[in-house]
Ligand binder design. Structure first.
Ligand code: UGA
Length: 454
């Protein structure tokens, strides 16, 4: 099929590359000239494992352009995958979505086209996008748009850092639309994913035992709510284990064992029960905030979601409190941070706990040094006003520090020469914010070892 994707961020570029890999003819449209030029030259504008391999492997089926006219008229399916960054009052900023909908309407052909919303949008946006596309189409063509297009919602469940895996081997595909005809177009598009009959790429094997992937067809509002409800549930699962973690610390329980013990109940599940500093990133914060705002618009108080947000914010404060409890005075101290990205395997720094923690420490007069294997340069570029000394190696973070905090669980941090690093510190205090390290081994190596759940 011929497919266009508007927006070449994580979701748009990953979707485009995966659909091209599955054999569709994909044209990606973006308004950013530099980004389009870079993509045309084979450069990926952000770090995502395997994305470069997929883009280069599927290059015969993949084009990049600034021009809607070069993409939309010949497409049977047009995805909107533009950013919906947080705006005022917790509601997302929809200006890019609006521009994309108008651009699509101005360039639609008379052939039936499915316009698919993949951006995370407030409930009801599908109808709004439909109205914008219709207005723009009718203004341009002077005629009625009946039958020219239909709008669908197809929420994305990929995680940064495992975006390709999640896209090729999803748990489910959700498609929301009003008519069976629209769902059928999307079923045809996704058939290789549903049947899992494509040849897996050499670098990313299909998980053993993965059978057919369920495709759930719903109405528009349900698909839109699925996205928010899924992200909010994952977010509150994390906050829940962090709340239990704080109690585990008080009663002398091991939160890792507690998480395992409850997670093996199939009704609960083991995933997203990793206790620590809590969630960051562009999704959970924004989506829980939008869900609370939407509920309020309908006179509802989303109390559980609000509580999950509060617990998450509290985890960041607990890092500072733990250090304060240990060092008594933070003014003039040097604190090292291991990890800047909001999680491993990405260079994304949006709502990264490390940034918040660094700011809180600096406010209290501490000096902050930090390392990240991938996100360091991006941090410097995006945060020139935060006075953090970025170290090219993890060793630099330890040198003359009063304490080191493990903020992002990059696996290489587990493998550091912990014995050798201890004497380079002013005081050998380590706060493991992600439960990555082994307490007994750290204590044996001579560290005063702190964890959030202790
Ligand atoms: C999240 C969802 O997992 C995806 O399904 C969804 O598509 C995406 O948002 C989105 O809406 O676009 P993402 O934010 O990329 O994906 O990353 P996650 O792997 O979900 O991690 C989010 C945060 O939670 C990270 O800061 C991570 O460190 C933290 N986390 C995760 C925990 O603290 N504990 C856990 O057990 C799991």
């Amino acid at each position: 099929m011929n497919v266009s994707i508007i927006g070449t961020g994580y979701v748009g570029l990953t979707t485009g590359a995966c659909l091209a890999f599955l054999g569709h003819k994909v044209t990606c449209v973006d308004a950013d000239e530099n980004k389009v030029k870079a993509l045309q030259a084979g450069e990926i504008p952000f770090y995502e494992p395997y994305l470069a391999d997929l883009v280069s492997g599927a290059s015969n089926n993949l084009k990049f352009t600034l021009d809607y006219a070069a993409a939309i008229p010949q497409s049977q399916v047009v995805f909107i995958a533009v950013g919906t960054p947080p705006g005022a009052n917790g509601a997302p900023d929809l200006r890019y979505l609006e521009a994309a909908a108008r651009g699509i309407g101005e360039h639609l052909s008379n052939e039936f086209t499915v316009v698919v919303n993949k951006s995370t949008v407030p409930i009801g946006s599908g109808n709004w996008v439909g109205a914008l596309v219709r207005d723009a189409y009718e203004k341009r063509s002077g005629g009625k748009s009946n039958g020219a297009f239909a709008v669908a919602s197809n929420p994305e469940f990929l995680r940064e850092g495992s975006a390709i895996f999640d896209s090729l081997y999803p748990d489910r595909i959700v498609v929301g639309c009003a008519e069976a005809r629209t769902a059928e177009v999307l079923y045809s598009l996704y058939r290789p994913l549903v049947d899992q009959d494509f040849q897996a790429p050499a670098f990313l094997a299909r998980p053993e035992g993965l059978g057919a992937v369920p495709l759930i067809a719903t109405d528009l509002a349900s698909a839109e709510l699925v996205k928010y409800a899924a992200n909010a549930f994952l977010a509150l699962k994390i906050s829940y284990i962090n709340e239990i973690g704080a109690l585990a610390g008080k009663v002398g329980a091991d939160i890792g064992q507690v998480a395992k013990g409850i997670g093996l109940d199939a009704r609960i599940g083991t995933r997203f029960l990793q206790a620590g500093i809590g969630w960051g990133g562009s999704c959970f914060g924004k989506d829980t905030s939008a869900l609370v705002a939407t509920a309020a618009e309908y006179g509802l108080d989303a109390q559980i979601v609000k509580a999950a947000r509060d617990v998450n914010q509290r985890q960041r404060e607990r890092v500072v409190e733990k250090l304060l409890g240990e060092l008594k005075i933070l003014k003039g101290r040097t604190i090292g941070l291991l990890g800047l990205a909001f999680k491993p395997n990405t260079d994304d720094l949006r709502e990264a706990p490390a940034i918040d923690i660094a700011k809180k420490l600096i406010e209290r007069g501490a000096r902050v040094k930090a390392h990240d294997p991938v996100a360091a340069e991006r941090f410097k570029k995006e945060n020139p006003s935060i006075e953090v000394t970025v170290c090219p190696t993890p060793e630099g973070v330890f040198r003359d520090s009063d304490a080191v905090v493990l903020v992002t669980e990059w696996p290489e941090y587990r493998e550091l020469d912990w014995d050798g690093l201890r004497p380079t510190m002013r005081s050998a205090i380590v706060l493991d914010g992600r439960n990555l390290l082994d307490r007994a081994a750290m204590e044996k190596a001579g560290y005063r070892f702190l964890a959030l759940a202790s």
